[in-house]
Write a protein that binds this ligand. Structure first.
Ligand code: C2E
Ligand code: CA
Ligand code: CA
Length: 705
């Protein structure tokens, strides 16, 4: 306490004591025993006491004022020290100093209290700072991670219904790079409407714990209005009680990947050359059409087409021209389908299956007439010349039409049907169309069965050889047997050779079949020659299809088979049809020459049916000509047929060729042929084709006609 204050209090106390003593003296003077004191002393005493009291009062007042002054000064200095101390507090490194305001007084206690408070606050702030630092580091790490991955992030406060978009995510969306907090509506506005439902469902399932992860691909709209594809993976943040507080989504831009996928998907479904749908796409569309047909009971049509003579263009003018033609054709088909009036209630698909094969799927049409109309339009448009740089190319197309409806079992079936109809259309000639019908279907089914079964038919011994005698009309004896193949199918019974030989040719089973047939026929003939002296010079006529005849190994194979069977080549007569000769004249000529050199006899089969004229006979080095049975049959009724037979025989004789007349059934036919100078004959008149046993019996009987 200051000196001044102490002085004032001393003065106040001294004055007080003095005044007290005065009162005491006065009281004593008025006591009864002191009644004797004179009035003069009493008055003096009173006066002294009075003045002492006044002094004391004045001193007390001064002391009070001074005290108050001192008290105020000391209090205010302490308070201002405290205030300054508090104001000067700076939270930097190192701990905060004390205020220094202490003591038992209120302010002293306050000072201690304030210091304590400040230290507690300091501790709190330091802890918070450490937390913040940790948080900042975590955020920095996160940002660095996101930067490295290029991913964005959103943070959805589930309860507050606010979502924070990080700067990277904003940048992805073409916004300025600042982060932003959005509300739910703003957030949803970014999501592509088509993806919204899936996204919402996935998010809900994730938040509710129904699904353990959030992993969803969806589109987000950029500021420019376009969309990017994103992959969103999520993570949940929970409160200590386990309730979901926030969902954080990591957003990866997968647009490039999606575009690649889309590109690949497009390529997988489209033909590269023409841009049309490919087979996979067609099958998909077909199945969809089938589904719709079943639901809505409507019809759809399929046009299966290929170009006539495309190979000629491709081989003759080169693949570049071929490709251009295919592109042009693709375009014209598309135009023909589009410009349609009755069709097109649903989308039609034009596809290229490869090569020159195109398919049009006409969805939701009324009936087959709609499909026919389109087919005719396609054919007409394709007939127009194609201008390909340096060339003007003409082509045409054959079309097979098949209709699909509720009863259609599969797209495959329909494609097969249309293909079958195409096959039929092509058989009718160029630029034709054919509509698939039930009969066609049955035939096609049978054909497929035969194709499959033919391969095993030889091993299963379902194939057999029949032999039809060919008679030398001069001697009336059997000169040769024509070998005719027979197939006894376990289900279909006897299959006519006309039917399965074609299949064998197309499926390349013909080589296997032909080899077996030649070997068996040669052995059998050799066996007969050895067994029957009158048949020592027996020949055998074997039919060769064009593929067998032109097969690169044919010469070696035949030579080997003959040697193995022990049959001299001179006893083999190979029959090839006139059609085979006409098709590959050059190669055929070479082959004929080779066979001739080997000593094998060559015969032109079915002569007169092909497009060749008689003069062609002079070109081929053959030994004999077989007049087709149709002329023999009509000889007596048709003067033209008779004239043809006569000419063939006359010309053959002049060329030193032998003539065999086929299909002789009547005696008068035989007489007529003999009269014309025909050397050999074959037909039911003599014998039907016989199995080995019957042929052997016939040969044994050594018949004469
Ligand atoms: P193709 O070579 O012209 O055979 C003659 C066909 O006429 C045979 O029919 C035969 O049975 C039949 N035929 C014979 N005489 C008469 C007759 O007096 N009247 C009538 N109406 N028909 C008669 P098939 O056996 O049905 O053979 C049909 C065709 O199948 C053959 O015609 C031939 O082109 C082919 N073919 C048969 N076997 C073979 C073979 O082993 N290889 C090859 N590549 N083709 C064969
Ligand atoms: Ca023949
Ligand atoms: Ca014939």
């Amino acid at each position: 306490m200051s000196l001044l204050l102490r002085g004032a209090i001393t003065l106040f106390l001294v004055a007080g004591v003095t005044a007290g003593a005065g009162y005491l003296a006065r009281a004593l003077m008025y006591a009864p025993e002191h009644q004797a004191l004179d009035a003069g002393v009493a008055a003096r005493l009173d006066g002294q006491v009075q003045s002492m009291l006044q002094v004391q009062l004045a001193a007390g007042a001064v002391a009070a004022v001074l005290g108050l002054l001192f008290f105020y000064r000391s209090l205010s200095s302490k308070v201002s020290r405290l205030t300054e101390h508090v104001q000067d507090l700076r939270f930097d490194e190192g701990s905060l100093p004390d205020s220094g305001v202490r003591g038992k007084s209120g302010v002293g206690l306050l000072g201690a209290e304030v210091d304590q408070l400040v230290h507690r606050a300091e501790e709190g702030i330091r802890a918070r700072e450490a937390q913040l630092k940790h948080l900042r580091e975590t955020e920095e790490r996160q940002e660095a991670t996101l930067r490295a991955t290029g991913d964005g992030l959103w943070d959805w406060n589930v309860n507050g219904d606010k979502v924070y978009f990080c700067p990277k995510l904003r940048a992805m969306l073409g916004e300025k790079k600042k982060g932003a907090t959005l509300n739910r509506t703003e957030w949803i506005a970014f999501i592509h409407p088509e993806d919204l439902e899936d996204f919402t469902v996935a998010l809900k399932a994730f938040v509710s714990g129904e699904t353990p992860t959030l992993h969803i691909e969806h589109r987000l709209q950029r500021k420019e209005g376009d969309y990017i594809w994103t992959l969103c993976r999520g993570s949940l943040l929970r409160s200590p009680t386990g309730a979901v507080r926030r969902v954080v989504g990591i957003v990866t831009d997968i647009t490039a990947q999606k575009e690649r996928e889309a590109q690949l998907a497009h390529e997988a479904m489209h033909d590269v050359l023409t841009g049309l749908a490919n087979r996979a796409m067609l099958v998909q569309q077909l199945n969809q059409a089938l589904g719709r047909a079943k639901r809505k009971n409507h019809k759809f049509g399929l046009l299966f087409m290929d170009l006539d003579r495309f190979k000629v263009v491709n081989d003759g003018l080169g693949h570049m021209v071929g490709d251009e033609l295919l592109k042009g054709v693709a375009h014209r088909i598309q135009m023909s389908v589009r410009s349609t009036d009755t069709v097109g209630r649903c989308a039609s698909t034009v596809a290229r299956l490869g090569g020159d094969e195109f398919v049009v799927l006409l969805d939701d049409i009324y009936d087959v007439l709609d499909a026919i109309r389109v087919a005719e339009r396609v054919q007409k448009n394709i007939m127009e010349p194609f201008s390909i740089p340096g060339h003007e190319v003409f082509t045409s197309t054959s079309i097979g039409i098949a209709m699909g409806d509720v009863s259609t079992e599969s797209g495959d079936e329909l494609l097969r049907n249309a293909d079958t109809a195409l096959y039929r259309a092509k058989a009718q000639g160029r630029a034709c169309y054919a509509v698939f019908d039930v009969e066609m279907g049955k035939r096609a089914k049978k054909r497929v069965r035969l194709e499959n079964d033919l391969r095993r038919a030889i091993e299963r011994e379902e194939l057999a050889l029949h032999f039809q005698p060919i008679i030398d009309l001069k001697t009336g004896r059997i000169a040769s047997f024509e070998v005719l193949v027979r197939w006894n199918h376990p289900e279909f019974g006897q299959v006519p050779p006309d039917e399965f030989v074609v299949i064998a040719e197309e499926t390349d089973t013909i080589q296997q079949m032909g080899r077996w047939l030649l070997r068996t026929a040669a052995r059998q003939t050799r066996a007969w020659q050895e067994r029957f002296p009158h048949a020592r010079d027996l020949d055998v006529n074997v039919n060769f299809s064009s593929k067998e005849f032109l097969h690169p190994n044919a010469v070696e194979a035949i030579t080997e088979d003959l040697r193995e069977a022990g049959l001299a080549p001179e006893h083999l007569r190979i029959e090839v049809t006139e059609a085979v000769l006409m098709k590959n004249a050059k190669e055929v000529l070479k082959r004929l020459t080779t066979f001739r050199e080997l000593g094998i006899q060559m015969a032109i089969d079915d002569f007169g049916t092909g497009a060749s004229s008689l003069t062609h006979l002079t070109r081929f080095p053959v030994h004999m000509v077989k007049i087709d049975l149709s002329f023999v049959r009509e000889m007596h009724a048709s003067p033209e047929s008779l004239q043809l037979v006569r000419s063939i025989i006359a010309l053959s004789q002049s060329l030193n060729l032998k003539v065999i007349a086929e299909g002789v059934e009547e005696e008068h036919q035989l007489e007529r042929l003999k009269g014309l100078g025909c050397e050999m004959s074959q037909g039911y008149l003599f014998s039907k084709p016989l199995d080995v046993q019957a042929a052997t019996r016939l040969l044994e009987s050594d018949p004469g006609w």
